[in-house]
Design a protein around this ligand. Sequence first.
Ligand code: HEC
Length: 189
Amino acid sequence: MTKPLSLLLCAVTIQAAAVDFAKQVAPILEKHCYECHSQKTGKKKAGYVFDDLETLQRDISPKGAIVPGAPGESHFLIVVSDPNHEAHMPPDENLSREQIDTLRQWIVEGASLGASSKSTMAANKGAAKPGLPPIMTWINFEGKKIKAGFVRLEGKQVVLRMPGTGKEVAYPMDKLDSASQQQAVDSAQ
Ligand code: HEC
């Protein structure tokens, strides 16, 4: 019984930590793919350039080589993970199991290029971490302090993201003190 359980735990752990493109995916591509697919070396075999994020972004789409959320439909992943594929990549070696798992998990999670891609950078302007709003202090009408990030206004509620759990909670505006209500209005602009 111990084995299936440990496998299950392992799967859960992989799910819990989001794969970071710059820290985990780019280094694999740099080491094993740039030689033939990068601006750095000037080799753009089959048109793939993995160190130019704008070009790479174009390959990430429902019809591209990298299909966000669908590793099984991603040609990019199929050629690295199937050693018998006629276009197996890299041509003369195999990526390790962990490297392939990292690439797969990155695709499962949506194949985001993270803060390094221009579009996401614009979307997250002003945020401390990509996708995460900066933590602010909110005070409710009873004087209780709440530390949370601002997400958006929703009618008469302010949606806050709790640090730690990352949960979004809708908080009635009229339960916040006036300064915090103003903070919510300011944050929405
Ligand atoms: C030694 C050179 C070399 C390396 C290293 C290399 N590739 Fe390639 N790659 C090629 C060539 C040449 C082609 C085009 C010819 C072909 O399809 O075999 C190609 C084509 C591809 C294709 C299109 C395959 C198809 O079916 O047409 C993908 C996707 C790809 N590479 C991804 C990668 C990835 C990901 C890596 C790193 C893990 C990588 N390549 C490493 C030379 C390389």
